[in-house]
Design a protein around this ligand. Sequence first.
Ligand SMILES: [Zn+2]
Length: 327
Amino acid sequence: MKTGCIDMHCDTLMKAYFDHHDDLYERPGQIDFKRMSEAGAMAQFFAIYMPTKEFIGQMGLSGDFEDDEYIARCSEIFETSIKAHPDVAAKACTARDIRANFSKGLVSGVLAMEDGRAVGGKFDNIKAYYDLGVRALSLTWNFENCFGFPNSDDLVDMMKGLKPFGKEAIQYMQELGMLVDVSHLSDGGFYDVASICTKPFVATHSNARSLSPHRRNLKDDQLRLLAKAGGVTGLNVCPAFLNADIKDKNSRISEMAKHVRYIADLAGTDTIAMGSDFDGTTGIFEMEDCTQLYKLADALKKQGFTEAELDKFFSGNVLRVMDEAVK
Ligand SMILES: [Zn+2]
């Protein structure tokens, strides 16, 4: 079964940069254009994840690692892979691009960025990333930056809001037509985004905190605010964000289906989409890669989701949000 899926988050580009398997058409790991095409996928958001100093050290790279060079190289990997396989993949910035590519039998790649640290407090940098094709920006990863503060187990830190630059920057991003992504952000930052944004915003890869108590997941009131804004959250298949016991290493389809059901019941079927986090997490995966989304589709069907609801979950909701908030 082909799901026509739009997946809002993966770390495949970061993997491709570090493991030098830098043709996104065919590479190890959980996502490549070849398998996306075989699975009938519609689009994949490829995040330029900004690696931490520790991670860079583990990769044996020196301390003079430059963010700008890294971003340029990730963008080059993305562009080169697409140009080399024009019969399979195409770049997309908007929902219209994704629909046009899909109608020609092409899978779409959409550039995104995870961690706004490279923005460095400059609007010009946001514009430069927009010009590169970046259409979704996770304001933070797990560290403070010019936008604000990350999710935290410390309740005081968790309630820290956006910085003055962050508050202005998200308005600028929405003017430009770039999605504001709250995955990884502090709860205080989330509430600021919800009160400031005038267009739908997204959590590209976060689940329900009521089912899995990880601080990266969204609370019930946050899911309702997301729904009110017309936004979506992308279902993350990482075990720590799925299971009631966050130490359980199994990524089970049944748990994924529970989160989809819970979010749909609480915030509506318009509020849930896919945000796998493939190539960015570890665990024992029942859904092993991008060819196996049909397993989740089957489980959701058994749970009583209609074909129309499945279409919204796998692609329609993201297309709607992009129609409203991406240019
Ligand atoms: Zn992430």
